[in-house]
Structures are given as structure tokens and as C-alpha cells.
Design a protein around this ligand. Structure first.
Ligand SMILES: Cc1cc2nc3c(=O)[nH]c(=O)nc-3n(C[C@H](O)[C@H](O)[C@H](O)COP(=O)(O)O)c2cc1C
Length: 243
């Protein structure tokens, strides 16, 4: 209890014992949990700060459902299975899973015969809490809606909030993962959690005390993701002599 009080006080006063830089560099997809509880007091403080995330036009269509009931968490876990089977089958076939541009070559029969990886389904059962993030489609700005490609911009009004939650959970010594596979079963999620029609499910985040805190994440370098002046411009590399 002393730890909870201390973490809460430090979070409120904005001096949790971790630099933002370190937090960003070490917030990984935590899927194995010790079973220790993430208390409501700490979760409240996480949301209290995370809510300062931006949204298009500051419309704030973000909502979150806090799920602690084990039967509901088990149902959410099951709702990941169909999409997880396809995910695993496509990875095995060397494809980028669930991509909307390159057509899938894996057959329905192959998907059906594939076992869903437990890391894609178990975390919802074993997490202390599962957060279901929603956005109000009646207020969200979707400025790419007329483009001839899959929509991206609507998500930009919710994922900063989701990521704030994960960064703050990391600072408080907890962890979880953005997950999206259950969203393929949105009608069932809607029924399970009494979600109104105008809300879209954006992410399902299991949270708990991670068994291990990873510190080295595999990410592309700046030179691999940033170019100067145009897409085909020079890679943006570190200046010679800089640390
Ligand atoms: C948009 C998005 C969707 C994701 N969906 C899932 C998911 O459905 N299930 C899952 O286990 N992880 C999911 N992840 C987690 C990613 O697999 C994870 O962030 C990535 O592999 C990096 O992991 P690391 O931070 O541990 O290196 C998702 C992440 C993002 C950003």
C-alpha cells in the first residue's frame, strides 16, 4: 500500500522516478504479467494525466471501458482468435498480416487450420485490467475520408491517448500492449460491453505488472526512417562528431 501511495503522489506531482526519454525508449509490448494487481487508484492517476492527449479539433471523442471481470476478459480473449489465426497463418507464409494493399495469398482453409499464438490471446485473461478504447465516430475528424486509400486520420484522434496510457503505466512500473485483433469482431465487442453504434473500438489494452521490464527495443534508426526535403532525399543521419 505504501508503494501505491508513493507512486500515486509522484505521478500527481509529475516527478515519477523516470525520465520521459527513458520511458519512451523502454515502453514495450508487455504480454506476460506477474498476476499482481494494478490498483484503481493508480489506474485513475494514469487516466488523469493521459487525458491531456490531443484530438482533431479537440473534439475529445475518446472513451475507455475498464474491464476487470474475469468472464468478460475471457470473452475478449476469445474474440481475438479468428484474427489471430489469420495473423499467424500470414506470418508463416511470409506475408505482412492484415495488410490492405497487398492481397493475401493464404487460403481460408489454411487460416482455419492454424493455431492462434497464445501471446495474441492469453494476455487478456492474465492482465490485471483490460482497457477498451473507443472513439465517437460522430465527432472524430476524418479528413482522409475521400482519398482512394484506407483511412488513417481518424485513429490519430485516439491513439495519442492510448499511447499516453501505456507510457504512464510504464512510469508507474506496469505495462501492456496496444492490441487491435479483437476489433475484427466489433459487433460482438459492442454487445459484450454495451457500446453504442456511433462508437468505434480502436484498441484493446491488457495491463498488468510485467514479469520482465525490457530495456532494449528493436527499432529502425533515424537514418532509416527520416529523409531530407523529399521522400527520396538523403537519409537524415547524425552529424559527424556528435555523440
Ligand atoms: C496499431 C497496433 C496494433 C497492434 N495490435 C496488436 C495485437 O492485436 N496483438 C498484439 O499482441 N500486439 C499488437 N500490437 C503490438 C505490437 O506487436 C508491438 O507494439 C510491436 O511488435 C513492438 O513490440 P515491442 O515494443 O515489444 O518491441 C499492436 C501494436 C500497434 C501499434
Amino acid at each position: 500500500m505504501i508503494t501505491v501511495t508513493l507512486v500515486r503522489r509522484e505521478m500527481r506531482e509529475g516527478r515519477v522516478n523516470m525520465e520521459l526519454n527513458d520511458t519512451i525508449r523502454t515502453t514495450f509490448a508487455a504480454r506476460d504479467y506477474t498476476g499482481e494487481e494494478l490498483p484503481d487508484e493508480i489506474l485513475y492517476d494514469i487516466l488523469e494525466t493521459a487525458r491531456f492527449a490531443p484530438s482533431g479539433g479537440n473534439r475529445q471523442g475518446n472513451r475507455v471501458i475498464i474491464v476487470r471481470d474475469q468472464a468478460t476478459k475471457d470473452c475478449i480473449s476469445d474474440l481475438n482468435i479468428p484474427a489471430a489465426k489469420r495473423y499467424v497463418a500470414q506470418v508463416k507464409a511470409g506475408e505482412n498480416p492484415w495488410n490492405a494493399v497487398v492481397p493475401m495469398k493464404v487460403s481460408d482453409a489454411e487460416i482455419e487450420a492454424t493455431e492462434p499464438a497464445s501471446l495474441l490471446t492469453e494476455p487478456f485473461k492474465t492482465a490485471s485490467v483490460v482497457l477498451v478504447f473507443l472513439v465517437d465516430l460522430k465527432v472524430v475528424a476524418s479528413v482522409d475520408q475521400y482519398l482512394d486509400r484506407i483511412g488513417i486520420i481518424s485513429g490519430a484522434s485516439i491513439y495519442p491517448f492510448v499511447w499516453n496510457v501505456l507510457l504512464l503505466a510504464r512510469q508507474a512500473g506496469y505495462g501492456g500492449s496496444i492490441t487491435t485483433l479483437a476489433v475484427t469482431q466489433e459487433p460482438a465487442m459492442r454487445e459484450l460491453l454495451a457500446i453504442p453504434d456511433n462508437f468505434g473500438v480502436c484498441a484493446v489494452v491488457p495491463l498488468g505488472k510485467p514479469v520482465k521490464q525490457l530495456t532494449k527495443l528493436r527499432r529502425l534508426s533515424v537514418g532509416e526512417i527520416a529523409t531530407c526535403e523529399s521522400f527520396d532525399g538523403a537519409a537524415f543521419e547524425k552529424l559527424q562528431g556528435e555523440n
